[in-house]
Design a protein around this ligand. Structure first.
Ligand code: BGC
Length: 493
């Protein structure tokens, strides 16, 4: 995918038109420029893919529990409160992990924080698979949550800080692609192991990607932006040399150093000051809106939603749920294809439009379908169709772009902390929406879809009014956009 981009006609024309580039190409030693470009592109894709294993585990560990609970409940004789604790422990851990993920990413570095997340995933997988009782199971689920929180802060940020501006969107979106793949794999694993009631294997299998994450990250370079922040210029240049063309390195090091020289690291309290507040508002706003538009009611409760709409047996409902998982993965590819071409905002706007329309149709279908005397046979297919459309639209917009923008909109001096707050807000909202869904369903029934649709409208207005376009800009360019504009500062287009 990236190889094709590297040799795209646009890229070539740009290179050949530059007179200095042309001269350099004839006098430089070593492999030809296009080979080095391909090597750098392949390497950064590998780096992004390794870091994205954290996303795979995020998706797997949040998805797998639904199927595993069917057997954990009778094995441990769990009551409703204990069931809630086993399921909710991950979200609690993720909230905590997201909060500490900011400080740890600044203190240990982005790479090591991802390694700690991987180790925590491994420990959580092993302990939960071997858990002798419910307390041990809950504790290991908190550990897994901690890992998910850490990875959801550190992985997108690590990828963004190593990526060239032209490809950053698609590379960071690999994280969300991995989340969706992890959810899908968890559905499949649950189904495959259900006949043996093998819940310990369902949970324990996460050991394998956990080990791959740790081993893979050990071999990866540290983020050059973090290294420069620590004054380690030589190491930063070595890291950049792996993922950039040689002629790009000096300019990028200079740009980052200038940015760091003019901007002292931000204290936590400074995040609310006028200089950083607008960016934080966008980060937290997007993070919360990603959840309150209802995605996880579908991801976590799809079989129930389908069955209540009259979709035959539990088996048909489960098959439709796997279908949703497949659509989620495939539609994320649309974002990977388009996010660096048409930009973040058009995708967000198109996605939110589709999501809001789907939610409104679901509300009408389920609330009024039968009452209006429509053929009840239509309620189920309309539900499946519009749940599907909703997932497609989420998957190419809010799904990947929220993680992407959280990783790119904050200035170097505050990125880790502001990303941590935004991510924690995402987990908090996730927790509240998942917790409130069953209660709200009883209280307001299908009108709940209208509530999510209203949130979709709010998100639409928020994106149009507050969210900047970041396509193709360096991270330093993006942070300059937020600063008040004294004479002489050029805001890039
Ligand atoms: C969200 C998760 C959601 C997943 C679905 C992620 O971007 O943060 O809450 O379950 O997408 O694909």
């Amino acid at each position: 995918m990236n190889r094709i981009e590297g040799t795209s006609p646009t890229g070539r024309v740009a290179e050949n038109r530059s007179p200095s580039g042309a001269t350099r190409a004839t006098v430089e030693d070593g492999p030809p420029r296009s080979d080095r470009y391909h090597r750098a592109t392949l390497y950064i894709t590998l780096i992004a893919a390794v870091a994205a294993i954290g996303g795979l585990l995020f998706g797997f560990d949040t998805g797998v529990i639904a199927g595993a609970m069917l057997f954990i409940v009778p094995d441990f004789h769990l009551g409703p409160a204990e069931q809630g604790l086993v399921v909710g422990a991950v979200t609690f851990g993720a909230l905590f992990g997201a909060l500490v993920g900011g400080s740890w990413s600044d203190w240990l570095g982005r790479r090591r924080t991802n390694i700690v997340a991987g180790m925590s995933f491994i420990a959580g997988a092993v302990f939960s698979a071997l858990a002798p009782d419910v307390d041990a199971l809950i504790a290991s689920r908190v550990l897994i949550g901690l890992a998910i929180g850490l990875t959801s802060v550190a992985a997108p940020m690590y990828i963004a800080e190593l990526s060239p501006a032209r490809n950053r969107g698609k590379l960071v979106s690999l994280f969300q692609l991995a989340v969706t793949a992890g959810i899908l794999v968890s559905y499949i694993v649950d189904r495959a192991l259900a006949p043996e009631h093998a819940w310990r294997w369902m949970l324990g299998l996460a050991f394998i990607p956990g080990a791959l994450l740790v081993l893979g990250m050990i071999a990866m370079p540290e983020s050059p932006r973090w290294l420069l922040k620590k004054g380690a210029e030589k190491a930063a240049r070595q890291a950049l040399a792996l993922v950039r063309r040689p002629e790009e390195i000096d300019a990028e090091v200079k740009e980052i150093q200038e940015d760091l020289a003019h901007n002292q690291p931000a204290a936590w309290s400074e995040l609310l000051m006028p200089g950083l507040r607008p960016a934080l508002l966008v980060g937290v706003g997007l993070a919360v809106l990603q959840q309150v538009t209802g995605i996880n009611t579908i991801i976590y409760y799809a079989p129930q939603i389908f069955q209540e709409a009259g979709l035959g047996s539990a088996n048909t409902a489960l098959a439709a749920t796997i279908g949703i998982g497949v659509i989620n993965v495939l539609s994320t590819l649309i974002a990977i294809w388009l996010v660096d071409r048409i930009g973040r905002k058009p995708l967000l706007i198109a996605g939110l439009t589709g999501m809001t329309i789907s939610l409104a149709v679901l509300g009408v279908d389920q609330r009024f379908g039968k009452a209006l005397g429509a053929n009840p046979q239509w309620v189920a297919p309309i539900t499946v169709g519009f749940v599907g459309l909703y997932i497609v639209c989420f998957a190419f917009s809010l799904g990947p772009i929220v993680w992407l923008m959280i990783s790119e909109i904050f200035p170097n001096r505050a990125r880790a902390r502001a990303a941590a707050i935004s991510t924690a807000a995402n987990w908090m909202a996730n927790f509240l929406v998942s917790l409130s869904f069953p209660v709200l369903q009883v209280m307001i029934g299908p009108s709940l879809w209208f509530l999510y649709a209203a949130m979709g409208v709010a998100a639409f207005i928020f994106v149009i009014g507050y969210v900047p376009e970041t396509k193709g800009k360096s991270l330093e360019d993006i942070s300059r956009q937020w600063r008040p504009e004294p004479a002489g500062i050029v805001i890039t287009q």
